[in-house]
Design a protein around this ligand. Structure first.
Ligand SMILES: Cc1ncc(COP(=O)(O)O)c(C=O)c1O
Length: 365
């Protein structure tokens, strides 16, 4: 019998969350962001749930090829554009739209031989200082691109650093609007947090929104708001079983480093999931977990293949009992990946993306 750990990808939840994103920006088209192998869920596994999107946005040419091999004929956007000149050949062959974030990418395009002019998204660095041309250089880049026979249509994009937090987006919107106000072309500006939190601003919604985390059912601004607040459903459940139990007396310690010391008699379950499965090692004592759909806590350190959980008072729990690390338990109880991530000092994004290679994964339609 294989180890009992299993990840389940919920097609219905993906579909629901995509619809939710669409409702937030009803007049915009939706890029489903599927970079990093669909935030760890697997491109092939999420495809059915997200096929209602208007396009798929990702980074990797290999991932773009995988989306095309699934039969997707609608737009695909490379969020970082090309990395070297020969990537443009694949863009021509697979009809990929691509971001232009620097003058070097314009140079590459200018020498590219194609019969099929490209649709490009010219990215502005409106304040995040990661990718994009600064506002004062943006217009010159647009003019250069506009003169190239290799370019068909130019859309305008930028990305927010603080759409999920108190600093907000006003300073970046002001920079973007000032530099683009008389430029033609579609706009793509909003990630999940901007689409959900700044919903009343049509300029922010633009022509294309780019939700990622929300379509996987995680709140972009947790803990200020949780997934339930945004009516999002978890697209991934990570579940396993108890493989051993131990009865402790006061003073007994648990796991490596003896970081947990029992204050009174208690019962613990040893669970088949560890950091090699993607469960964060920083999730120590107190991290929430569901046993038979009932909320309890991790005790002691996470090890490579196991964690230990408190099952004192959970009289039905024993060897073989269901343990939900995040997502939805069989009895319908939910444990948000955001809550687990917070206990481990990280974000839901990282947990999804770090799901262990060895974890068998199924799709639930
Ligand atoms: C350019 C771009 N757009 C959209 C997204 C989606 O962001 P989120 O997952 O926060 O919705 C990302 C993700 O980092 C991104 O890099």
């Amino acid at each position: 019998m294989p180890r009992p750990i299993l990840a389940t990808i919920h097609t219905g939840a993906l579909h629901h969350n995509l619809t939710r994103a669409r409702l937030a920006a009803p007049d915009a088209r939706v890029w489903a962001v599927v970079k990093a192998n669909a935030y760890g869920h697997g491109i092939e596994r999420v495809f059915e749930g997200l096929r209602g999107a208007d396009g798929f946005a990702l980074l990797d040419l290999d991932e773009a090829q995988r989306v095309r091999s699934l039969g997707w004929r609608s737009p695909i956007l490379l969020l970082e554009g090309v990395f070297e000149p020969r990537d443009l050949e694949l863009c021509s062959r697979l009809d990929l739209w691509h971001t232009i974030h620097c003058n070097e990418q314009i140079d590459m395009l200018a020498t590219h031989k194609t019969h099929q002019p490209h649709r490009v998204f010219l990215k502005m660095n409106s304040g995040m200082n990661r990718l994009g041309l600064r506002p004062e250089r943006y217009r010159a880049a647009w003019t250069r691109l506009n003169a190239l026979p290799q370019v068909d249509e130019i859309s305008l994009s930028t990305h927010f650093s603080d759409a999920d937090g108190p600093r907000g987006i006003a300073h970046q919107m002001a920079a973007f609007n000032a530099a683009t106000q008389d430029l033609p072309g579609e706009r793509s500006i909003a990630n999940s947090a901007a689409a959900l939190r700044h919903v009343t601003d049509t300029a922010v919604r633009g022509d294309w929104v780019r939700p990622g985390i929300a379509i996987y059912g995680s709140a972009p601004d947790y803990p200020q708001h949780d997934a339930a607040h945004w009516q999002l459903q978890p697209a991934m459940t990570l579940a396993t079983r108890i493989i051993a139990t131990q009865d402790l007396v006061a003073g007994d310690t648990v796991g490596y480093g003896s970081s947990f010391i029992a204050g009174q008699p208690m019962r613990i379950g040893v669970v088949a999931c560890g950091y090699a499965d993607g469960y964060p090692r920083h999730c120590t004592t107190g991290t929430p977990v569901l046993v038979c759909g009932t909320r309890t806590r991790v005790v002691g350190r996470v090890s490579m293949d196991m964690i230990t959980v408190d099952i004192t008072g959970l009289h039905d729990a024993g060897i073989g009992s269901e343990v939900t690390l995040w997502g939805r338990a069989s009895n319908g109880a939910l444990l948000s990946i955001d809550e687990v991530a917070l206990a481990g000092g990280t974000v839901g994004y990282e947990l999804m993306c770090a799901l262990g290679q060895r974890v068998p994964t199924v799709v639930q339609v």
